[in-house]
Design a protein around this ligand. Structure first.
Ligand code: AHM
Ligand code: MG
Length: 337
């Protein structure tokens, strides 16, 4: 009989990899895993909202029903606050950083950037959504940690991961030593190692982009899309188009099957739509660790310098060869002015 390895067991086994950590990072990852299970429970019940009470209404216990993205945000902040290993949470849901000032947490070593529920517009229609997180070591050595501790480059991440609430729920993470995926077994309530040492195919045939924005795309992207749609047996074209509209789900599929996900600049979002700190950097770290590539069309995502909390960037992420081909088109047809 195959032996099941839970996320908790796996994290403890891997603790030896962190020469600098004394279990804090392991505890932080475990806390995120626990919060993810609670969010999963609520996401699973989302379709019952009309029966149990909609957002903004009052439930039977007299408590207000919360929108799921607000619920997820509170859940992760609560888990990170009570865990004592994190001094700042930077989240998509809050305009400013959340400093955790309790005596145990204010000197904690780690910073967490998180998108608690990405793709939340998909919830109402029972389509996969996700959580994305990124962990940095605090740089400052005294006083309360500040925004400067948060504005670190993607290359400084010590861990990153995502949770996909899909047809099954998975947690995928990296600490810079490869990528491992865990599937939630609802019967025992544990994330179990199901995808050890995930590797992304070097090439693929799937492209994921909101093609409705075509007229607003840079010429490099328009030409790449035409390239993707031309028949050529040798390079398996035309490619297949798949776009869920949940970054986690689109990238997760491409990570396993091979493919490219693009959210370029558009004329209405001249800096791109997706956020560097809690969407692009963590996904870029995971994809690179799996052998893929992530750029803004020209520069490596992980090398970008963040200057503000909710900074946006364009992103081309996925199988190495596909991203390199898209970059070639950007260089030729959308050179830097
Ligand atoms: P959100 O953080 O408001 O949920 O937006 C992020 C999402 C991504 O998950 C997804 O890939 C993208 O936005 C979809 O955007 P669009 O609807 O413009 O295609
Ligand atoms: Mg988001």
């Amino acid at each position: 009989m195959a032996v099941i390895k839970t996320l908790g067991q796996f994290i403890i086994e891997k603790q030896a990899d962190f020469s600098y950590a004394k279990g804090e990072l392991s505890r932080l990852l475990r806390d995120i895993g626990i919060a993810a299970k609670i969010v999963n429970r609520e996401v699973n019940k989302a379709g019952l909202a009309d029966i149990l009470g909609d957002a903004g209404t009052t439930n039977i216990q007299g408590e207000g029903q919360k929108k799921l993205d607000v619920f997820a945000n509170e859940q992760f902040i609560a888990a990170l606050t009570s865990g004592g290993e994190c001094c700042i949470v930077a989240t998509e849901e809050e305009d400013h950083i959340v400093q955790i000032t309790s005596p145990v947490s204010q000197d904690a070593k780690y910073i967490v950037c998180i998108d608690p529920l990405d793709g939340s517009s998909n919830i109402d229609v029972n389509v996969a959504v996700g959580t994305i997180f990124s962990i940095y070591r605090r740089k400052s050595t005294d006083g309360l940690a500040t925004i400067e501790d948060v504005l670190q480059k993607g290359t400084d991440q010590v861990a990153a991961g995502y949770v996909i609430y899909g047809s099954s729920t998975m947690l995928v993470y990296t600490t810079g030593k490869g990528v491992n995926g865990f599937t939630l077994d609802p019967s025992i309530g544990e994330f179990c190692l199901s995808h050890p040492d995930l590797k992304m195919p070097e090439d693929g045939v799937i492209y994921s982009i909101n093609e409705g924005n075509y007229v607003h795309f840079p010429d490099g992207v328009k030409k790449y899309l035409k390239y993707a749609q031309v028949e050529d047996k040798e390079t398996n074209r035309p490619y297949t188009s798949r776009y869920i509209g949940s970054m986690v789900a689109d990238i997760h599929r491409n990570l396993i099957k091979g493919g490219i996900y693009m959210y370029p600049t558009t004329s209405s979002s001249p800096n791109g739509k997706l956020r560097l700190l809690y969407e692009c950097n963590p996904m870029a770290f995971i994809v690179e660790q799996a052998g893929g590539k992530a750029t803004d069309g020209r520069n490596r995502i992980l090398d970008l310098t963040p200057t503000e909390l909710h900074q946006r960037t364009s992103i081309f992420i996925g199988s190495k060869k596909m991203v390199e081909k898209a970059e070639e088109f950007m260089e030729t047809y959308s050179p830097v002015a």
